[in-house]
Write a protein that binds this ligand. Structure first.
Ligand SMILES: [Zn+2]
Length: 125
């Protein structure tokens, strides 16, 4: 288990979010989900934060961020959710763009291929 004191040495706290610093500097680690090793254990920084401040992560839950910054490890910004909660949350906040409905111009009679025939690869002047 990561000792709280050691963990807190790594933090850069802003007025809201907490970030993990680049070793021995005042720069914030840029990776979107920074990982930390302690002894032989490796886990995401946000998971360590949860375990240090809140307790165990129960059965297969994901750590979600209410602040939408996945680098953040402020326990007040973390909540437990399932993968599908996480996706629903992402959709609700517009972070998940893959489930966007196709635009009307891409469907049925509005589809480019319907109006123009399928001319992929044919270029006219
Ligand atoms: Zn945050």
């Amino acid at each position: 288990m990561f000792p709280r004191k050691e963990f807190e040495k790594l933090l850069i706290k802003t007025s809201s979010c907490w970030f993990i610093r680049v070793r021995d500097t005042d720069r914030i680690r840029k990776s979107s989900r920074p990982q930390l090793n302690y002894e032989s254990e490796r886990d995401k920084a946000a998971h360590w934060a949860w375990r240090i401040y809140k307790g165990e992560i129960l059965g297969g839950k994901n750590i979600c961020h209410s602040c939408d910054d996945s680098r953040c490890v402020n326990p007040d910004h973390l909540f437990l959710g399932t993968q599908s909660d996480n996706i629903k949350d992402a959709v609700a906040k517009g972070r998940w763009t893959h489930v966007r409905r196709p635009r009307p111009s891409m469907q049925g009679k509005n589809h480019w291929n319907y109006k123009h025939g399928n001319r992929v690869g044919v270029f006219e002047k």
